[in-house]
Design a protein around this ligand. Structure first.
Ligand code: 5GP
Length: 207
């Protein structure tokens, strides 16, 4: 793919989109109790959005990292959406309960850089929900008011391979910094020449 086919997004642009999203999050679902960052693309946006979600004098919102990888399934054990997601890193519920609190009843914000086919977000939401539910059952608690929201820097406007179950989100919101056409997006943290990357982003109006 030539550089002209890609959509270049600068650090400034990511920062501003996170800032705008934080305002919307605070005015809708309120301050999240915890951010779940899908690695690696969700790490930098998570850290930026935390800055704007924190109000003066308040504690930082903890960021928990999870790692998910996608591979095109070759026919063995394909799930309903035709792709398989591998957990490369997941939440340590024991450590969470010890050092933070359990996620039961919390306002949870899941963050990733891009919603492409939606497979990853679908997996993250469904599996987090199930694990928290299992955890709640073990502890004899009700996960009733656990709320899941999702923030992505960019959402590609295209047919998705999976849909997000609103019932699981329990009143949480789905928010994209900016909806974009279906092109490959070049993010600044992947760039080996950040000056040229930023110039291209500015030319495309993404700064
Ligand atoms: P999904 O198809 O599950 O929505 O996206 C899977 C993952 O593919 C994303 O989390 C992201 O890491 C990667 N991805 C999809 N589209 C793009 C893109 O346009 N640019 C970059 N840099 N990564 C992408």
């Amino acid at each position: 793919m030539s550089s002209d086919d890609k959509l270049y997004i600068s650090y400034n642009c990511v920062h501003k989109l996170c800032q705008k999203a934080a305002t919307e999050i605070l005015s809708t679902i309120g301050k999240p109790d915890v951010i779940v960052a899908i690695g690696g693309g969700g790490f930098i946006p998570s850290r930026i959005i935390r800055t704007f979600l924190r109000q003066t004098g308040e504690k930082n919102i903890p960021i928990q990292a999870i790692g998910l990888s996608l591979y095109e399934d070759l026919g063995m054990g394909a799930d309903a959406i035709g792709k398989e997601v591998i957990r490369t890193q997941w939440l340590d519920f024991g450590a969470l309960a010890q050092h933070f609190d359990s996620l039961i009843g919390k306002n949870i914000l899941i963050v990733d850089e891009v919603d492409d086919t939606r497979t990853t977000l679908h997996y993250a939401l469904t599996e987090l929900y199930q694990d928290i539910q299992e955890n709640a059952e073990k502890l004899g608690k009700d996960m009733g008011n656990t709320k899941f929201s999702i923030f992505v820097v960019n959402n590609k406007l295209k047919p998705k391979r999976a849909e997000l179950n609103k019932d699981l989100m329990n009143g949480g919101i789905y928010l994209s910094g900016e909806d974009v056409e279906d092109r490959w997006i070049a993010y600044p943290w992947e760039s080996s020449d950040i000056d040229t990357h930023t110039e291209l982003a500015i030319k495309q109006g993404n700064n």
